[in-house]
Design a protein around this ligand. Sequence first.
Ligand code: URA
Length: 228
Amino acid sequence: TDAHPAQPPTGVGLAGLREAAAGCRACELWEPATQTVFGEGPETARVVFVGEQPGDQEDRAGEPFVGPAGRLLDKALADAAIDRRDAYITNAVKHFRFTPTPKRRIHQSPGAEHLMACRPWLEAEFAVLQPEVVVCLGAVAAKALISPSFRITKERGQLMPWTPPGLRAAELAEPGADGDEPEEEVPAQTWMLATAHPSAVLRTPDDARAAAYDALVADLRVVAGALA
Ligand code: URA
């Protein structure tokens, strides 16, 4: 029988999740894509960045944010004094959705069905990482994780209290209730912040691009402040 579990395994850590996600067939995107692009970063990361879905280069490399948007994100993180090595970077959808054309594969936004199918992986990542801050990069992640009515333009750059959906209620209620120290420290409060997608900065017309980049860095400095 095909080993394509509907739910991510528990208690396997990020490496185990990554391995299981490689065989995910919860939606149809796995078939034309090269591979699953799972999140990347240390299990000790205090901040998690959530993008939309891998792009063409990420699909080929098997790593998130390594193409043009990733290079811009790297620069913005550096300018905001956030070390990418302290961050976990992932996507709301973990396969590249595209329309094939003779010359290139054209990015297509994920549909609600792809976000829903992929959601258990994101929740499993949150459950392992128990981040202090979650940053939504762009409207797709923000609408999926905060609210369908969330408007990046109006509400970006603000830290909001947030409960990760993957954090089990029992862990919050009674950490170490059996008398032992809890295995991992549950943060007192998780914060959420949404900002522009790096690709949106790249698509901004020449005359406004520097300002769009500066606004992204300004939002990331708020994140840096929350981690300080
Ligand atoms: N855009 C995203 O949203 N995610 C990536 O990994 C790359 C580009």
